[in-house]
Design a binder for this molecule. Structure first.
Ligand SMILES: NC(=O)c1ccc[n+]([C@@H]2O[C@H](COP(=O)([O-])OP(=O)(O)OC[C@H]3O[C@@H](n4cnc5c(N)ncnc54)[C@H](OP(=O)(O)O)[C@@H]3O)[C@@H](O)[C@H]2O)c1
Length: 245
């Protein structure tokens, strides 16, 4: 029986991954910043599958609580085998670029808090010489675009951090999995017009589950985003600047 901690566990995507681990009988420690939503997620999963679930309310911006929370999860579950970091926010680019405090806040949520949690997990798993650290980054981190570069830069920071962490963990038996979803139909994107490129959270949640089990380094979800981003990254800067992306 595996013990898995999930941050941002009430997110539409992470809930789907949590269900699949619960189906396998794994024990879960779910963290998010709204206890009511966490209770609903826990009750929903327990109504379908027989497993053990602990919940914990925490704002990821409470950096001082990160280590304490890990210690609590390890104590409660009797150890940890995997961590999934899924929390995040999608800021309004125009409003955010005009307000320094909003830029800092978005970076703290989408990048700094993620790096802090992943680092604590890495130090724990490195000593154990096994474990899995999976983080939801985004295709938005692959190339800066005028419409979304604050969120994109925070995710790009996470992607580069994970690349280095994976390099460090190569000989420790710890897998570091970078998840790069494209557009997913969740509360985060509820305000955006939908296109055929939007995936369902269940599809992406299942992709994360599989990537964590296999220890894949980088998972574009759905997989066609690997090709899309390859093409987007190939566009020369002088052309890209003229495109209203
Ligand atoms: N949807 C997409 O198109 C897409 C694409 C690429 C990557 N992603 C990434 O996928 C992950 C999951 O997002 P989602 O699409 O499933 O959206 P979601 O359903 O809105 O989930 C985001 C979760 O993060 C939580 N959260 C936000 N700020 C937090 C904070 N300061 N501390 C703790 N938790 C916080 C939210 O809690 P509240 O609901 O209580 O605010 C919510 O449970 C995110 O990292 C996102 O950036 C999403």
């Amino acid at each position: 029986m595996k013990k898995i901690m999930i941050f941002g566990a009430a997110s539409a995507i992470a809930q789907e991954t949590a269900k699949l681990f619960a189906r396998d009988g794994e024990n879960l420690f779910l963290v998010d910043m709204n206890i009511g939503r966490l209770e609903a997620v826990r009750d929903d999963i327990l109504s379908r599958f027989k497993t053990k679930i602990e919940i914990y309310e925490m704002n990821a911006l409470d950096f001082d609580k990160h280590q304490e929370l890990f210690d609590k999860a390890i104590q409660t579950l009797g150890g940890l085998d995997a961590v999934l970091i899924a929390h995040g926010t999608l800021p309004d680019q125009i409003k955010t670029q005009e307000a320094q405090e909003m830029i800092i806040r978005e970076f703290n949520i989408n990048c700094v808090s993620v790096i802090s949690l992943a680092s604590i997990a890495a130090n724990y798993f490195e000593k154990k010489k096994e474990g899995c650290i999976a983080v939801i980054s985004s295709v938005a981190g692959d190339r800066g675009r005028q419409s979304n570069y604050i969120y994109g830069a925070a995710k790009g920071g996470v992607t580069t951090f994970l690349q280095g962490l994976r390099n460090r963990m190569t000989h420790s038996g710890v897998s570091v999995v970078t998840i790069k979803p494209g557009m997913v139909d969740t509360p985060m994107t509820a305000h955006l017009p939908k296109s055929p490129l939007f995936a369902k959270p269940g599809v992406v949640g299942k992709g994360i589950y599989k990537a964590m089990l296999s220890g894949k380094a980088v998972a574009y979800l759905p997989g066609y985003w690997r090709l899309i981003m390859f093409i987007i990254k190939m566009i020369p800067e002088w052309i890209f600047k003229k495109m209203k992306l």
